[in-house]
Design a binder for this molecule. Sequence first.
Ligand code: HOZ
Length: 428
Amino acid sequence: MKSNEQLFARAQQVIPGGVNSPVRAFRAVGGTPRFIERAQGAYLWDAEGRRYIDYIGSWGPMILGHGHPAVLDAVLKAAADGFSYGAPTEREIELAEAIIGLVPSVEQVRLVSSGTEAAMSALRLARGATGRHKIVKFEGCYHGHADALLVKAGSGLATFGHPTSAGVPADVVRHTLVLEYNNLAQLDEAFAAQGSEIACVMIEPIAGNMNFVRASVPFMARLRELCTKHGALLVFDEVMTGFRVALGGAQSVYARLIPGFRPDMSVFGKVIGGGMPLAAFGGSKDVMSQLAPLGPVYQAGTLSGNPVATACGLATLKEIARPGFFDALSAKTRSLVTGLEQAGREAGVALVGDSEGGMFGFFFASALPQNYGVVMATDQARFNRFFHAMLGRGIYLAPALYEAGFVSAAHSAQDIAATAAAAVEALA
Ligand code: HOZ
């Protein structure tokens, strides 16, 4: 049997840092990444045959758990008909119709292959449609690794203490304004000073790349108001939250709290591909018609709308649209957070958590952080000890304090109870 350590040593010879995406390297928490051999339901098995309850779920897509029979069946059938054609298919229309049917702010959608590609394309479209250059993003929000968005970002960049990447020329980010999340005064100031030059504001409505932090309702309401007033597009990055925190995404959560609320454009990924490389961006017909071949904003991709990925996404959306799916998932995720908080109380450790639908976060702090600076000030050393103590007990949490967690429909009440019990031991 191969060990994780042997595999990691071998990987580091041929892949930078031994991984194809930095957070997987365990640099934030230390130790050896687990090399996964297979997954089923709520579980992962590593190269050493150890089983883990999976709270990453491929960073969100695996909302049904691994190897859901209906999804597997759809993927196998689609694969038998060909992997990729580079030509349109009916399934692309079906997936676009499914997304539009579930998200009222989206009238047209274009499919791409990754969240990075979707966010980057949405940004170009927003600039092309408004004829403006400036964009606003928030500290700790991560919108993939396109140059203009790679400024003061969360996730892997927070882990390595370089919130802005090397290799991004200052000129390229000259038009990117970075504001503090949930800071109303800064928002007002930025729009007062430069509102007429702002093409769009891109935001993770519930941030999942600085752990789990919600935009407050007054902040979101004001953001909507300012974008409308100044003719800037409000772009929701729902790569993590879309079809994950609720069937209609985070925008449906805010629409319940702010009458008439909707973003102008949305970016999706993860769940809409069900674990396959698929993402999308969409908005009104007006804005989307600026895209080639109709309009002057160019965007393209050989694997866009891939027939196997669309089959996987469609089958996943069909399952999560069943009545009661999100009620059950939300209750399960909430009970996980409650269990972790209870474990904290028993150990006399300040631990606080939050969740929406099947996405959650927890912090070693006494109150939920409202922005990146406060997240960074929570107890990282304790998180790292806790992470390893949990991993040793077969609980696979995100290997960095700056990441959100994910629960799937396949997690059982016993899995959740076992996780809470492990947390009690780990904190003791
Ligand atoms: N950007 C992801 C975390 N927010 C990590 C992706 C991966 O390593 O797969």
